[in-house]
Write a protein that binds this ligand. Structure first.
Ligand SMILES: [Zn+2]
Length: 140
């Protein structure tokens, strides 16, 4: 993923993403692992490697996303395009709950993306709890 991206391009994408995963908002500085420069529309689905199709993603989100471009809204069963972190404001589709350890989908897009990308996986939730205690989370 990140290997095919130049250092300068990676830095531009990371700066645009404010050093955060576009999906779960994990901050690069607290994650302990280099974020991926991901293809919003995966290459396997015809997505380009132009900057306009690239964003920052943590390894969890990128891995769960895989080649998905849409997922079912768990409330309605309707297939919905996944959240686009470059085009859509996170705050309109997601909210923090449970002392900022849990991400809730506010819209069909948000709910489908929470489920498809497993944004509350059992490893990230306890980490968020510790980050919150340290005052590093949720991101401002
Ligand atoms: Zn993430």
């Amino acid at each position: 993923m990140g290997d095919s991206v130049s250092k300068a391009l990676r830095e531009r994408v990371a700066a645009a993403a404010r050093q955060r995963c576009g999906y779960c908002m994990t901050d690069q500085r607290v994650s302990g692992a280099q974020m991926h420069v991901e293809h919003i529309v995966p290459r396997a689905r015809g997505g380009s490697s132009h900057e306009s199709n690239l964003w920052l993603s943590c390894a969890w989100c990128n891995s769960y996303k895989g080649i998905q471009v849409e997922a079912q809204d768990p409330e309605t069963g309707v297939w919905i395009p996944l959240f686009n972190p470059r085009r859509q404001p996170w705050i309109e589709h997601f909210a923090w709950a449970e002392d900022a350890t849990w991400i809730v989908g506010l819209t069909p897009t948000g709910r489908a993306t929470v489920t498809a990308l497993n944004l509350n996986n059992p490893y990230i939730v306890p980490a968020r709890r510790l980050w919150a205690l340290a005052g590093w989370h949720p991101p401002k």
